[in-house]
Design a protein around this ligand. Structure first.
Ligand code: HEC
Length: 398
């Protein structure tokens, strides 16, 4: 019996990451909704900012929000923080098991930058720390005084990081790092700002002092950022399934579009939850739709298409030869690549039938996108990608 440890650890961590992530995002969406649904009503208790009535699972709930804190501290206060912490921890562990452990396959692309394994890992770690430090300084600086300027600042930071990542790591490595950096900022917002500020408020209340309202405002600012980052980060985290996103020569522009589209969708829900109607909520989703169309067109545009157009279509013998040299070391019933005992994802190219059956996937992974060969370990050339693409698009002639 042989246990593929890396795969099992990966599976367990991914499952845990999904569960904790759903719990975090779920509670975060719930609280944003709750916050925006609060209404002032006559006869509310002193210090209550607003309340909301909810019905769920066979019962009614009546929730009140105290803006700073209630006058006396309830004995059993529920905190919401472990969802965030464990989402980050499982996500980081997943980054390690996949992108650090197999850095040559997933993180490094020698045609982008021929990094050593440890160089790549150190760059990755430093970038996660730097992302948080720059963001935090920005929020606390003059830029942070104005919500609009700060939003632009965070957007520019994400774009700059994407540009850097795409010039250092493989396409998918770059995208997962944009997600990891933004996810780190979100988790650190909870760990370093939101929860400590709330603890300070509780402490001063217990000491019989009046808590500083600034603490609550700062926490609110960070949690608003988390709210708008959630949807883009989710797409970055699953982007490795979509080579058309991360293989583009200007994939950092794609990150920018994803941030805008995700932010627009979130803005729709936020405005609607706050009671917005009619024109106030009419434009966000159509704008996101237009953004998605622009994204699809931008991602599909191949600047080299014209130079391929007139070239001859190769014969199937030549196509098989390309696939044999560049793909079959991994994608065969008996892979010769040391890293694989079985064909990855069950995809095999041992005969023409299998190639025919997988033609669209080959096109997606190795022609339109450059996700394959993995880490371009078999050094496939652009000319070969072009040849293979024309052959498949011409209906794979003999
Ligand atoms: C060094 C090993 C290696 C080489 C060489 C390689 N692949 Fe892959 N391939 C993988 C791995 C690993 C996966 C699983 C991808 C993942 O985990 O994200 C994969 C997945 C795939 C998939 C399935 C993706 C999907 O989910 O639809 C296709 C299609 C594919 N490869 C095509 C190719 C083609 C075409 C070539 C040659 C041009 C190639 N591969 C070369 C390792 C390799």
């Amino acid at each position: 019996m042989e246990i593929a440890f890396q795969d099992w650890i990966n599976l367990i961590l991914r499952w845990a990451h999904l569960i904790t992530g759903i719990a975090w995002i779920g509670s975060s969406f719930y609280f944003v909704w709750l916050d925006l649904s609060l209404r002032k009503r006559p006869g509310m208790e002193d210090g209550v900012y607003g309340d909301a009535w909810l019905v769920h699972g066979g019962g009614f709930y009546h929730v009140n929000k105290w803006m700073v804190a209630p006058t006396t501290m309830p004995p059993d206060l529920h905190w919401f923080k472990y969802e965030a912490y464990f989402t980050w921890l499982t996500g980081f562990a997943l980054l390690v098991t996949m992108y650090y452990w197999s850095a040559e396959s997933y993180l490094i692309d020698p045609s982008v930058l021929p990094l050593g394994k440890w160089d790549a890992i150190i760059i990755s770690l430093l970038s996660l720390i730097a992302g948080w430090v720059i963001y935090d300084v920005m929020c606390k600086s003059a830029i942070g005084k104005n919500t609009g300027t700060l939003a632009v600042g965070v957007f520019v930071l994400a774009l700059a990081a994407s540009w850097l990542f795409t010039h250092v790591f493989s396409g998918r490595g770059a995208f997962i790092h944009v997600g990891a950096m933004l996810g780190t900022i979100m988790a650190a917002n909870v760990f370093v700002i939101i929860i400590p500020n709330q603890k300070k408020v509780v402490a001063s209340l217990l000491a019989g002092e009046k808590p500083d309202p600034k603490l609550g405002l700062q926490a609110k600012q960070r949690s608003t950022h988390n709210n708008y980052l959630t949807l883009p980060v989710l797409l970055m985290m699953i982007s490795n399934h979509y080579p058309m996103l991360f293989s583009h020569d200007l994939s950092w522009v794609i990150v920018g579009l994803i941030l805008i589209i995700g932010g627009l969708v979130r803005h729709f829900f936020n405005t609607r939850n706050a009671g917005g109607q009619g024109r106030a909520i009419a434009w966000q989703l159509p704008a996101a739709g237009v953004g998605m169309a622009i994204l699809a067109m931008f991602a599909s545009y191949d600047p080299n298409a014209a130079s391929h157009a007139g070239a001859d279509v190769i014969a199937s013998g030549k196509a098989i030869e390309i696939i044999q040299t560049r793909c079959a070391s991994c994608h065969s019933s008996h892979p010769t690549d040391e890293g694989f005992d079985e064909a990855p994802s069950g995809v095999m190219f041992d005969d023409l039938d299998q190639i025919h059956a997988n033609a669209q996937r080959i096109l997606a992974q190795a022609v339109i996108g450059r996700a394959m060969p993995l880490g371009n370990m078999t050094e496939m050339t652009d000319a070969e990608r072009g040849d293979l693409g024309r052959w498949i698009r011409a209906g794979m002639p003999e």
